[in-house]
Design a protein around this ligand. Structure first.
Ligand code: PAN
Ligand code: ZN
Length: 195
């Protein structure tokens, strides 16, 4: 791939990250999240509730591009299990970066064997290493909003998470939250660095 091939495909642009979106993206409701929450009956009973939405910048999902989007996860839970995104693994095992914009979230990560997680607040960055499945959970009382940027070649595989899970679930715990593995044991938080 040479430079001439990619120049002219997309043009520079800027985006204000924290303004109201022009056109509401199609929301993901509990009806769209079959098989993901532990209590399937409770999920069905509240099927109309909006859980999250994704507003994507106009960047094509093609190699050499760097698509980015803002996800907004609403506060709420299904039998104590906090509202979350579907979760996926990238088809090509590209890494990804998240940046917290509003609210309080958990970036849950799973390498197929063990889970890990990163606490997300405005101004915090979370790193998704190549090959790790990832899901976002709202652990606060306001909408949780973050920016995601990933290689255009990545692709999104949702079946892997539906089949294998994420190795952990995130529940309300008093006024806070608990990240628990399948045996009900707390999952340790990933180390946090300062730059
Ligand atoms: C994010 C996610 C977004 C929605 O942009 O796609 O938060 O989550 P699901 O795609 O799992 O429904 C990302 O990780 N992109 O690669
Ligand atoms: Zn991703």
């Amino acid at each position: 791939m040479n430079r001439d091939h990619v120049l002219g495909r997309t043009r520079p642009f800027g985006i204000a990250l924290d303004t109201p979106v022009r056109k509401p993206a199609s929301p993901r409701r509990l009806a769209d999240l079959a098989g993901l929450f532990a209590d399937e009956e409770a999920r069905k009973a509240a099927a109309d509730r909006v859980v999250y939405r994704v507003d994507a910048a106009p960047v094509p999902e093609q190699q050499w591009e760097l698509p980015f989007s803002i996800t907004t996860v609403e506060p709420g839970d299904v039998s104590g299990e906090l509202f979350m995104t579907r979760g996926h693994v990238h088809e090509t095992p590209d890494g990804e970066m998240y940046y917290g914009l509003r609210g309080h979230g958990v970036l849950l990560l799973f390498d197929g064997t063990g889970a890990s997680w990163v606490e997300m607040r405005p101004g915090a960055a979370g790193y998704i290493p190549p090959g790790w499945a990832h899901r976002s959970v709202n652990v606060g009382i306001d909408p949780y909003r973050f920016l995601a940027a990933y290689p255009g070649s990545a692709g999104h595989d949702y079946d892997a998470v539906l089949r294998d899970g994420m190795g952990a679930r995130v529940f309300r715990d008093g006024g806070g939250f608990a990240v628990l593995d399948a045996g009900g044991n707390p999952v340790p938080e990933a180390p946090r660095h300062s730059l």
